[in-house]
Design a protein. Sequence first.
Length: 78
Amino acid sequence: MDQIFSIYNQFLSYFPSNLHGIVSLALAVLLVIGIVKVIKREFIYLILLIVLLPASVPILKNIWDSLVNIFKFLLTKR
């Protein structure tokens, strides 16, 4: 996770400091749109994964927690 944050900080260094909030918000919106598109397309497979493989629930919770941490990082960055 720290590697993702360092890559993001390196990416932000290309923009002026007064645009960092706008860039962070834009990236968060694009990430949400991408996730929604994937879930809409693959939703039935996600349901089957949860129903047929109960061990996948902790893995999906871990992925969810990671995504929440990324969103928090993006939205709290100035």
